[in-house]
Design a protein around this ligand. Structure first.
Ligand code: PGA
Length: 256
């Protein structure tokens, strides 16, 4: 049977400072050291830009990778306030998120813009973790499938065959993010299977290997059930990734 990569990625969002980051990373590294069965590169943290240098230093040579929370769709130039994929590469960044619902919502990012960011990240040699997910109103109106397939479809338009190998997906229902209201394992599995099926229309082999993470109020108490579903390959963790003990307990569930 195919052994698909499992990943747990923490999303610190706009939290932390130098001292807190150092303490969190220290606790994560010491905790990871005593967790059996965790492969290097299967656990990462998405940090705010100003701490790229600090975190890349602290994590050098460690099993934990670091990632960014967003990236520009432009290569360089007059884009005040933006950060390019090659700048992330300069700090040995492994991956970047794109299309987090907080950026789609608060920053009005379209499916097309998110897809262009994904293309730019991959072209610079990064892995890209694309977030998709429906709002509560969209789910209530029966539009979940159309919304997530639209978000994924835009990305598939921009990524060619080789680029697809660098794609990771996260299904994050917007109504579950930071609310304590987690999708049920069955609800999440249904969407994950749908996403994998859509990628499979492009390439069966990419789809079979594609990690699809679930995000939205993942906690130590619900991670096992969620990660036990056939198409859920780990998690994208917000609030719980700021508490080392909780994050490590979630990470332990991919080692099982
Ligand atoms: P949460 O956030 O775990 O705090 O719900 C998840 C995310 O936004 O990636």
């Amino acid at each position: 049977m195919l052994h698909r990569e499992k990943l747990v990625v923490g999303n610190w969002k706009m939290n932390g400072n130098r001292a807190e980051n150092a303490a969190l990373v220290r606790d994560l590294l010491s905790g990871l050291g005593s967790l059996a069965g965790i492969r290097a590169g299967s656990v990462g943290v998405c940090v705010p830009y100003p701490y790229l240098a600090q975190i890349s230093e602290l994590l050098k040579g460690s099993p934990l990778f670091w990632a960014a929370q967003d990236v520009s769709d432009a290569p360089s130039g007059a884009y005040t306030g933006q950060v390019s994929a090659s700048m992330l590469n300069d700090f040995d960044c492994a991956m970047t998120l794109v299309g987090h619902s907080e950026r789609r919502g608060l920053n009005h990012e379209s499916n097309e813009l998110v897809a262009l960011k994904a293309r730019r990240a991959v072209a610079a040699g990064l892995r890209v973790l694309v977030c998709v997910g429906e709002t509560e109103a969209e789910r209530a109106a029966g539009h979940t499938e159309a919304v997530v397939l639209g978000q994924l479809g835009a990305v598939l338009t921009e990524l060619d065959g080789a680029a697809l190998e660098r794609l990771v997906l996260a299904y994050e229902p917007v109504w579950a993010i930071g609310t304590g209201q987690t999708a049920s394992p069955a609800q999440a599995q249904e969407v994950h299977a749908l996403l994998r099926g859509r990628v499979g229309q492009r390439s069966e082999s990419v789809a079979a290997r594609l990690p699809i993470l679930y995000g939205g109020s993942v906690k130590p108490g619900n991670a096992r059930e969620l990660f036990g579903m056939p198409d859920i390959d780990g998690g994208l963790i917000g609030g719980a990734s700021l508490v080392a003990k909780d994050f490590l307990a979630i990470v332990a569930e991919i080692a099982r």
